[in-house]
Design a protein around this ligand. Structure first.
Ligand code: PMT
Length: 401
């Protein structure tokens, strides 16, 4: 089975309805597709199915209380909202739909939905007359307008004995639609070249200069760009990450190798995204043999590495060039300086060092600048951040045409 939801974090919202029993199977289906699943339940939902069932199936504690100090100390509602790539409400009862439409935030379920910029989908389930009621229709239309995907309901026998539309779609169908949600086609036909990870600059055959980049941000961009329909080539420094599906990967070690690989492929790309943390200086000469520790101090002579991004952006037929800026202070200021100095189409700035450093963790937040505009992407998974950055890039490409 294709693991289309690998690395996707799905937060399943189970609301009060008899179809809640089917959501137990939905957890299994989502996990079969590779998703990491957490479950939040409304109090009414816990009357239908025990939270223990969802805890056992998802492998994670179930979230149901907004004002539970213990739960909030573990993963509070804001962290939960940030954690999710997809909030999937199944079953979505008439009442939960009404509460979401009105922006309520007086329980965990509604507060999390309100505080998240994750992709959102719902599978309604209710009595056919409740579904047909204009109040429900209006609420659903409003949420669809705000970007919620609405799946179903299906038609048939209902638990209440009636026949008609209102049945929750089958778990297999919902899980397949969840996987499809990320296949946006937003970058269809575009060719992307992305650098990722650190470089290593050899001091001798056993030692090198490098940095803390894990490659996660660049690999998330590659994965999301492929899902958005782009043809993606990923040039990566040494990292421990699997190659995303439908991505061509080229492994390099040093900045010089990364530069050569980029220059070999840049003419075949429409967009270049430089996520790699290229080491700025390399030893003037790498020792041929292991350096011995005879002396108390050791001085190294370093020379500057070529700036790959600046070189690409200066090409006569440069692709749409996006840089990253990793800064410890004055993040926005230095990012704007780099945007201008390197003549870029866009730069994404993130903070490194200290708590919430962009290096290595699974989450990130970006300030994005382009000539004449800017946007903020709030802290969430690197995959969600990548998706939002690619949306900005697609928008700029459209504006340029
Ligand atoms: O890999 P992760 O652990 O997920 O961490 C992600 C990240 C922090 C590495 C990433 O989000 C990030 O910020 N990457 C850029 C790191 C960096 O080198 O920033 P910089 O401000 O020093 O460089 C500015 C830009 O020039 C970058 O796009 C960089 O790729 C590029 N550059 C820099 C030097 C050089 N010699 N050649 C370059 O192309």
């Amino acid at each position: 089975m294709q693991q289309q939801l690998t690395n996707r974090r799905v937060l399943l919202g189970v609301t009060g309805g008899i179809a809640a029993y089917k959501s137990a199977e939905l957890v299994r289906r989502l996990k079969e597709l590779g998703a990491e699943v957490r479950v939040m339940m409304t109090p009414a939902a816990t009357e239908f199915v025990s939270p223990l069932t969802f805890q056992a199936l998802s492998g994670n504690p179930v979230h149901s209380q907004l004002l539970d100090p213990q739960a909030e100390a573990g993963m509070g509602h804001i962290e939960l909202a940030r954690w999710a790539d997809l909030i999937l409400v199944a079953p979505a009862s008439a009442d939960s739909i009404a509460r979401l439409a009105h922006g309520r935030a007086d329980d965990l379920f509604t507060a999390v939905c309100l505080a998240s910029d994750a992709v959102r989908a719902m599978a309604p389930a209710m009595n056919r007359l409740m579904w047909a009621n204009p109040a429900t229709r209006d609420n659903v239309a409003l949420l669809a307008d705000r970007g919620w995907a609405v799946w179903g309901p299906g038609e048939g026998d209902q638990a209440c004995g009636e026949i008609g539309p209102g049945r929750m779609l089958e778990p297999l169908d919902i899980a397949a639609r969840a996987a499809q949600l990320f296949e946006t086609g937003l970058l269809a036909g575009q060719r992307l070249l992305i650098t990722a990870g650190p470089t290593r600059e050899a001091l001798d055959p056993v030692r090198f200069l490098s940095n803390h980049s894990s490659g996660k941000m660049g690999f998330a961009l590659a994965r999301e760009a492929a899902s958005a329909g782009a043809r993606v080539t990923l040039i990566s420094g040494p990292v421990h990450l699997p190659t995303p599906d439908r991505v061509t990967r080229i492994d390099v070690v040093s900045a010089a190798e990364m530069r050569d690989a980029v220059l070999d492929h840049v003419r075949d790309c429409d967009v270049f995204i430089a996520t790699a943390a290229v080491v700025d200086y390399r030893p003037a000469q790498a020792a041929a043999h292991k350096i011995k520790k005879h002396q108390e101090t050791l001085s190294l002579e370093l020379v500057r590495n070529p700036d790959i991004l600046a070189e690409v952006a200066a090409l006569a037929e440069a692709p749409f060039s996006v840089g990253f800026a990793a800064e410890t202070d004055d993040v926005a200021h230095y990012a704007k300086v780099k945007l201008n100095a390197k003549n870029l189409n866009m730069i994404a700035a993130n903070r490194v060092g200290g708590v919430d450093s962009a290096f290595d963790g699974d989450d990130n937040a970006l300030q994005v600048f382009w000539p004449g505009g800017d946007a903020s992407i709030s802290r969430s998974s690197k995959h969600s951040v990548a998706r939002q950055l690619l949306e900005l890039i697609a928008q700029r490409l459209r504006d340029r045409d």
